[in-house]
Design a protein around this ligand. Structure first.
Ligand code: ZN
Length: 179
């Protein structure tokens, strides 16, 4: 078990473009340590995704785990704990939908962000294979949020209406019912 510190907005690493992870290192002890640290840290945080830059490792690795329906994230498909290496996004349909997003690196805040709702992500999996996954709606937003972390972007960069950037408590009090 190694729970790592999650760096917060203002830390320069969050604004860097992360380096692609070397494929010949997938499966190495160093790789296994990174993945195990990321999974422990994600589990401890209660979040649904963690990108390596958030633990100050500027490499293109993301762990995502979306829990079953009926969670606080509302109606969505579950997605088991999965590792995405060197991912890239292709937008299938530019049509956007908005969701309230939060981020472990911007604790205590929520913001309403509109993003394309149908994407394909090409990535390298934990077995060093090139694979792709098609995502719609909430899951498409989750992936775009996490992959942004690999390119120095945060969800706050996408908020169009700053009146919809709030503290979590005010989100629950004033905005939850209408979202
Ligand atoms: Zn985030």
């Amino acid at each position: 078990m190694a729970i790592r510190d999650i760096i917060r907005m203002g830390h320069p690493t969050l604004r860097l473009e992360a380096t692609p992870y070397p494929r010949d290192k997938i499966g190495s002890p160093e790789y296994q340590q990174l993945i195990s640290d990321m999974q422990d840290t994600l589990e401890e945080s209660g979040g649904i995704g963690l990108a390596a830059p958030q633990i100050n490792e500027s490499v293109q690795v993301v762990v995502i785990e979306v829990p079953e329906e009926g969670t606080r994230y509302g109606e969505t498909e579950a997605l088991g704990n999965t590792i995405y290496i060197n991912p890239s996004i292709r937008v299938v349909n530019e049509e956007t939908a908005g969701y309230w997003e939060g981020c472990l690196s911007v604790p205590g805040m929520m913001g309403f962000v509109e993003r394309p709702q149908h994407i394909v992500v090409d990535y390298i999996n934990d077995s060093n294979e090139e694979v792709q996954i098609e995502l719609k709606e909430f899951l498409a937003t989750v992936f775009q949020h996490e992959l942004d972390h690999l390119f120095g972007r945060l969800y706050i960069d996408h908020i169009k209406d700053m009146s919809l950037f709030t503290y979590e408590e005010e989100y629950r009090t004033f905005h939850l019912d209408e979202s």
